[in-house]
Design a protein around this ligand. Structure first.
Ligand SMILES: *[C@@H]1O[C@H](CO)[C@@H](O)[C@H](O)[C@H]1NC(C)=O
Ligand SMILES: *[C@@H]1O[C@H](CO)[C@@H](O)[C@H](O)[C@H]1NC(C)=O
Ligand SMILES: *[C@@H]1O[C@H](CO)[C@@H](O)[C@H](O)[C@H]1NC(C)=O
Ligand SMILES: *[C@@H]1O[C@H](CO)[C@@H](O)[C@H](O)[C@H]1NC(C)=O
Ligand SMILES: *[C@@H]1O[C@H](CO)[C@@H](O)[C@H](O)[C@H]1NC(C)=O
Ligand SMILES: *[C@@H]1O[C@H](CO)[C@@H](O)[C@H](O)[C@H]1NC(C)=O
Ligand SMILES: *[C@@H]1O[C@H](CO)[C@@H](O)[C@H](O)[C@H]1NC(C)=O
Ligand SMILES: *[C@@H]1O[C@H](CO)[C@@H](O)[C@H](O)[C@H]1NC(C)=O
Ligand SMILES: *[C@@H]1O[C@H](CO)[C@@H](O)[C@H](O)[C@H]1NC(C)=O
Ligand SMILES: *[C@@H]1O[C@H](CO)[C@@H](O)[C@H](O)[C@H]1NC(C)=O
Length: 856
């Protein structure tokens, strides 16, 4: 079954050919958005460097089956390529000639293409002598090449296809003598399009007498005249293209009649773009009808109205191409079975047909292309399809209704298409799919609904997609899908789906439940959505696509579920897995990537590790890592910062998850510190109080501006440590018993019993004009005294208001070991004048002290 073959093609995309419509169904163009062929097929990643002898740059594909050499103005001679390949292309060079011997080493080539070498003028006869394996040769787009000499192709014994398009040949006889079967015994295809031949005289192909040539293309050669006998030497010719030449129909009829008479059994005849106008060339068609031609191309002519009787009875015609013929209306019976009993493929795309109204869609058709029937007018009309239009089309395999302004489809639209395999509805304006629409197409394998506003006014429901049990390929690209309902799962009844395209929608998430029924899925394309890292695995329960296309979404990191999914898929498909994660918004910091890193280290399979290693997805933030590979960031994680980060974040998690324990621990800690440093705590409390007290006093003092008249209870507060008690007692005796009598406040004697000790100190300090610090080794050592010092200093600072009054009086006794000195003490001893106690000069000392304390 020929149609089956599409499917091998469907995945390979390799069946595109220059002659896309030339060969029946098999070569019918694939649905757009066909699976991506691996990049390696087209890219040329292997750099072979500059060839020294010629200056050309050469590159190869990954498998080195293709080598391409180019090089603009540096590529002067034919290159000497060291890499063996099947295909060699030399293009855009300034090679001006090819000489004998230059190609000898390429004896292994199957295909040689010399294209767009604008300066090429001369190919020395015999240049190809050693290329006996060559099957395809192209010498094209070399406008300087005017002649091919009779012995130029000597040696090309296996050449099947020869392409010489758009060169500088000015007459057919400058070429044909080189194509003798003696030189090219295997030649089957010849393309001489886009050369200016103007006429094909009687003996145009005479030198080719006896050739096996099957296909000849002479499109766009400005041919105005063809001698009726011109093609007769080409006895095996099957396919003839003379499109895009403005030829008088009589001339065509004449040579066709001659060919029929001579038993040349053409099957393919290309008359596209011949400038036929208004009416179909009835007489010519009658001649065609008598021939063995099965495929007739009449596209790009101009036949506005095709009537029921425009075509004669054409029993052999299987393929008819009437695309882009400006057709506005077509008679209801124009392609009836009576007239075209064997018609299988009909192209009516690119016309201005308003829809399918009152038309007998020919029952014998297997393929009908009605795409692009939209007027580009200001007031476009909708493309209407009558109910039951396809009621007799049970043979139809492929129906192309894309690029039409179809509003909606319903369960009546496709009735009769029992065997339809491919349905293309892309770029319509379909906003409504009636329930049960596809029930009439139970064998549908490919459904293209791309670029329709399907979910604009209604949600997807399972009822819209009923009956698609055989579906293998579904594209819902750019259909405005916001979510896929797992309760009302449209994929529920598509168990055979292999290729799902959801590209360019507005999906934020996909769930495993939605994908659950798709156990045969091989390609999942969700590029250009809003997907984020998924929190639960998507692929399990037998769903494991081989190709995952997630590029251009909003994935910022790799969740464990993603990594598990990828690992799973790599385990199933090994190195034939293809996961595209480019164009997402990866955040390369520890928070996002550390767990990814540890997971990969611990759990990733060899394939997944390799995948990350060769990956090309890039970080988008932070700035430092912007546009650098995520993998490089992962590599850098080995260094310290993230490990620190990990420890901290673990602690943070611990804190967050165990608040009670932490609170208890914290309280215990606080209690511990309170006990240990209670002295300091008290000290700070006093400072606070003192500050408040002094502030109040000071402001009230200022109000009266009579600092000097302030009455103090004591003349001085004496701060000392117990070791210096004797000295202090002596000081008291000296000061209090000799005139002028001073009153000192001393801890032991004057503190009110019962009042909290520190509070008393605070009060005493407040009520003393001076504070005497008796500084000795013992004082410096004692903690209690130490903070008393600080307190005193603080007190002093508080009263500093520009006057020379300084309440602190320092008395030093003996040497003080520096290690005991607190910062405050050190500071005081450095900056203040202090009185030193000297046993020998006691009188002098007391006098000095008295002077200080009586100063106002
Ligand atoms: C249908 O028509 C469109 C537009 O002419 C074309 O791109 C596509 O390849 C055709 N074939 C299928 C099977 O969709
Ligand atoms: C010509 O081709 C043969 C193989 O067919 C090969 O052995 C020989 O080396 C080639 N000649 C040159 C000059 O490369
Ligand atoms: C030659 O050209 C024909 C038609 O274009 C193509 O089908 C065929 O594969 C080509 N042959 C080779 C050997 O490439
Ligand atoms: C074609 O050309 C011939 C003369 O070369 C002329 O007699 C004939 O009318 C032309 N036919 C058409 C359809 O133009
Ligand atoms: C063309 O077909 C006829 C009838 O089938 C046959 O006799 C003839 O040999 C064929 N011509 C060629 C060149 O094959
Ligand atoms: C379908 O076929 C039947 C009989 O073959 C015919 O009467 C009918 O008109 C056809 N309908 C359409 C829409 O072609
Ligand atoms: C198909 O539809 C898409 C989205 O509506 C649009 O961007 C694109 O241009 C359309 N293609 C054609 C050929 O009109
Ligand atoms: C689509 O489904 C969502 C969620 O169930 C609902 O909020 C919304 O109204 C539905 N929209 C339409 C047009 O039915
Ligand atoms: C895939 O792996 C197989 C062996 O498991 C190996 O032979 C093959 O070359 C690999 N293919 C690629 C493209 O790496
Ligand atoms: C490895 O996988 C196991 C099971 O899925 C998981 O529990 C563990 O956390 C993973 N290891 C790392 C380092 O993420």
């Amino acid at each position: 079954m020929p149609v089956r073959r599409y499917f091998s093609c469907l995945w390979l995309l390799l069946c595109y050919s220059q002659y896309s419509k030339s060969d029946s169904l098999e070569q019918y163009v694939l649905p757009s958005g066909a699976p991506p062929a691996g990049n390696w097929m087209f890219s040329l990643p292997v750099v072979l460097g500059v060839d020294k002898t010629s200056g050309c740059i050469c590159r190869a594909n990954a498998l080195t089956t293709v080598v391409v050499c180019f090089g603009g103005y540096d590529c002067r001679r034919f290159p000497k390529v060291k890499t063996r390949s099947e295909i060699l292309r030399v293009r855009t060079s300034i090679i001006d000639m090819i000489e004998i011997g230059q190609l000898d080493y390429l004896y292994y080539l199957k295909t040689l293409e010399l294209e767009a070498n604008h300066r090429l003028k001369y190919i020395e006869p015999g240049s190809f002598r050693n290329l006996t394996h060559l099957e395809e040769l192209s010498i094209s787009y070399s406008t300087g090449l005017h002649n091919i000499y009779p012995r130029t192709f000597e040696g090309l014994l296996n050449l099947k296809n020869l392409t010489m398009v758009n060169n500088g040949f000015s007459g057919i006889l400058h070429v044909v003598p080189a194509l003798r079967p003696l030189m090219l015994p295997s030649l089957e295809s010849l393309d001489l399009s886009e050369n200016i031949f103007e006429m094909l005289p009687r003996d145009a192909f005479r030198p080719m007498q006896g050739t096996r040539l099957k296909r000849l293309r002479l499109n766009l050669c400005q041919i105005e005249y063809i001698h009726p006998n011109a093609f007769l030497p080409l006895r095996n010719l099957k396919a003839l293209s003379i499109g895009e030449n403005e030829l008088n129909t009589t001339l065509i009829e004449d040579f066709l009649i001659k060919m029929i008479e001579q038993g040349i059994n053409l099957t393919f005849f290309d008359l596209s773009g011949m400038g036929f106008r208004r009416h179909l060339p009835k007489k010519l068609l009658e001649v065609v009808a008598q021939s063995t031609i099965t495929k007739l191309l009449l596209s790009r002519n101009q036949f506005e109205i095709i009537l029921d009787n425009s075509f004669p009875y054409m029993k052999n015609i299987e393929l008819l191409d009437l695309s882009k013929v400006s057709a506005v209306s077509i008679g209801a019976k124009a392609f009836d079975t009576d007239k075209f009993p064997n018609l299988k493929v009909l192209y009516l795309n690119g016309n201005i047909l308003p829809g399918i109204h009152n038309v007998n869609v020919a029952a014998q058709l297997k393929l009908l292309d009605l795409s692009c029937n939209t007027l580009n007018s200001v007031t476009p009309t909708y493309y209407e399809i009558d109910r039951d239009s396809f009621i007799n089309s049970s043979d139809m395999k492929i129906l192309n209704l894309s690029f039409n302004r179809i509003k909606s489809v319903s369960k009546y639209t496709f009735i009769g298409l029992d065997n339809l395999l491919i349905l293309n509805l892309e770029n319509g304006t379909i906003f409504h799919i009636g329930p049960g629409t596809f029930k009439s197409t139970p064998h549908l394998e490919v459904l293209n609904l791309a670029n329709n506003p399907l979910t604009e006014s209604e949600n997807f429901t399972i009822s819209k997609f009923e009956g698609l049990y055989e579906l293998k390929y579904l594209t819902l690209r750019n259909c405005g899908i916001k979510f896929l309902d797992s309760q009302d799962n449209i994929f529920e009844n598509m168990p055979k789906l292999e290729h799902l395209i959801l590209r360019n929608n507005q999906l934020y998430y996909i769930t495993a439940e939605v994908l659950q029924p798709l156990t045969k899925l091989r390609i999942l394309d969700v590029r250009e959505n809003f997907l984020i890292a998924w929190p639960t695995p998507l692929f399990n329960n037998g769903v494991h696509p081989q190709v995952l296309l997630f590029s251009n979404n909003k994935i910022s990191h790799f969740s464990m579920s993603m990594l598990e999914d990828f690992n799973h898929i790599f385990r199933v498909h090994k190195n034939s897995t293809d996961i595209d994660l480019r164009g997402n918004i990866y955040v390369c910091d520890c928070n996002a990537m550390y767990s990814t890193y540890t997971w990969i280290e611990a759990n990733a399979s060899y394939e997944l590790k390799q995948y990350f290693k060769n990956s090309e997805f890039l970080c988008t933030s932070p700035d430092l890592w912007e546009d650098k590979r995520v993998f490089d960031y992962l590599l850098s994680i080995k260094s310290l910062p993230c490990i620190m980060y990990d420890k901290i974040s673990k602690l943070m998690i611990f804190i967050q998850t165990t608040p009670a324990i932490i609170m208890i621990m914290l309280l215990a800690l606080i209690a511990y510190f309170v006990i240990k440093f209670r002295v300091y705590i008290r000290y700070w409390l006093f400072l606070g109080k003192l500050a408040l007290g002094r502030k109040f006093i000071r402001s009230s003092l200022k109000a009266h501006t009579k600092i000097d008249f302030r009455e103090y209870k004591y003349d001085a507060f004496v701060s000392y440590c117990n070791e210096d008690r004797d000295f202090v007692l002596e000081m008291i005796a000296e000061m209090e018993s000799n005139p002028p009598f001073l009153k000192l406040c001393v801890y032991e004697r004057d503190f009110e019993i019962g009042s909290f000790i520190s509070e008393s100190i605070l009060n005493s300090i407040n009520e003393s004009r001076y504070i005497i610090l008796v500084i000795s080794n013992g004082f410096a050592k004692s903690q209690w005294c130490r903070w008393e010092t600080q307190l005193a200093e603080y007190h002093r600072l508080f009263l500093e208001d520009g006057t020379s009054y300084d309440p602190l009086v320092l008395v030093r006794i003996g040497h003080i070991e520096p290690k005991y000195l607190s910062t405050t003490l050190k500071f005081l001893l450095k900056t203040k004048i202090y009185l030193s106690w000297e046993e020998q000069r006691q009188d002098e000392f007391w006098k000095k002290l008295r002077n200080v304390l009586t100063k106002r």
